[in-house]
Design a protein around this ligand. Structure first.
Ligand code: 3PG
Ligand code: MG
Length: 390
């Protein structure tokens, strides 16, 4: 089990705390917050630190501005919303004030919450540049990372800074790492992982790592087609983009008996046309697979209901469309009804689907991470975690 240096037994009063969060929250085109989970989940560490009368300097990135100022990715537009979610006033410090940052922080009393502008406006953040690390270090006494979603990145505010400062992992970070590792490592009678996603190549390391400890791996979403082609359940394809994925699928199938690949599918020529229910052998090049059919779903549901631990990443169908949401509904319902103690989900579209069907309270843990969550499932070496280990 991974153990990081946590904060809950430490004292931080009168200290300037640099608190790295992942406030890379999804925004609509007009800039409205689409999901505030990452803000809400950072409240525990913020409250804990401010209650101790420390100064908390929140740092985060949002979007990918590539080292330049991008007006609509400025945190100043989100400040009021973040303040209201955290139920706190925030002193906002933008990069024009970089030289004055320390002065601003020192001029306020203990117990103040500060927030710096989007870190990625500065090229030093993603380049893990020494000068940028020095700047971050110069404004703080202690560093705490509570931005679980960023833990797979090797950036100044994630790894660089830990060479300069005493470093800890925040309350959310500890919770995420503990719940995810427990799910992978805990020994139970029956376990199931349901994995979606478009590209097999992205998911091979996860399939391989989870196959070591899980009894069933359900393949869903865009990966179904190449797997059915590789196992010759779909007989032909002349779609060149399938070929590489088929080769990969063949290799995985040749030494993995744990995979369950649905063979009754909900298809259509296009997303706006009426669905048809097809057996794999009936599927041709022009049929797009948009969901899993009821017979295959029944099998998946039974396996979920008989499992003691469940991981879910990747909706099985296009749940935003009424015609193609049955698979997502049934998988959620089966997880809700299951007696499993461990019910873990993560990844942007999976979390959005869970919220769409108001089911979040039925999961034992929903990860705030996308890439970070997947990297942990892969069993990857994550430098952002390594630097915080006990
Ligand atoms: C995320 O949302 O996955 C993290 O905030 C990391 O963002 P990135 O993929 O742009 O590095
Ligand atoms: Mg990402």
């Amino acid at each position: 089990m991974i153990k990081i240096k946590g904060i809950q037994k430490e004292k931080f009063s009168n200290k300037k705390i640099l608190l790295r969060l992942d406030l890379n929250i999804p925004l609509s085109e007009s800039g409205a917050i689409l999901d505030d989970t990452r803000i809400i989940e950072s409240k525990a560490s913020i409250d804990f630190l401010l209650d101790q009368e420390s100064k908390v300097i929140v740092i985060s990135h949002i979007g990918r501005p590539k080292g330049k100022y991008v007006e609509n990715l400025s945190f100043k537009h989100l400040l009021k919303e973040i303040e209201s979610r955290l139920e706190r006033d925030i002193v906002f410090i933008n990069f024009e004030d970089q030289a004055d940052t320390l002065k601003i922080i020192d001029s306020h009393k203990n117990g103040t919450l500060f927030m710096l502008e989007n870190l990625r406006f500065n090229p030093g953040e993603e380049n893990n540049d020494k000068d940028f690390v020095k700047f971050l270090s110069s404004i703080s006494d202690v560093y705490i990372n509570d931005g679980f979603g960023t833990i797979h990145r090797n950036h100044a505010s994630i790894t660089g800074i830990t060479t300069e400062k005493i470093s800890f992992g925040g309350i959310l970070l500890e919770k995420e790492i503990q719940n995810i590792s427990e799910c992978i490592l805990s020994k139970v009678k029956k376990s199931i992982a349901i994995l979606g996603g478009a590209k097999i190549s992205d998911k091979i390391p996860i399939i391989e790592n989870l196959s070591k400890s899980f009894d069933t791996i359900v393949i869903s979403g865009g990966m179904i087609r190449p797997f059915l082609l590789a196992s010759k359940k779909i007989t032909t394809s002349s779609v060149p983009s399938d070929f590489k994925e088929i080769e990969i699928a063949k290799k995985i199938l040749s030494n993995n008996e744990k995979l369950f690949i649905p063979n009754q599918l909900v298809c259509s020529n296009s997303i706006d046309e009426d669905p048809v229910l097809l057996h794999a052998s009936q599927i041709t090049d022009s049929d797009n697979i948009y969901d899993i059919g009821p017979n295959s779903l029944m099998e998946i549901s039974n396996r979920i209901l008989n499992s003691d631990k469940i991981i879910w990443n990747g909706p099985p169908g296009v749940y935003e469309k009424d015609n193609f949401q049955n698979g997502t509904k049934i998988i959620i319902k089966s997880i809700v009804d299951s007696q499993a103690k461990i019910k873990l989900a993560g990844g942007g579209s999976t979390v959005a689907a869970i919220n769409h069907f108001n089911a979040s309270e039925y999961f034992s843990h929903i990860s705030t991470g996308g890439g970070a969550f997947l990297s942990l499932l892969e069993g990857k070496f994550l430098e952002g975690i390594e630097v915080l280990k006990q």
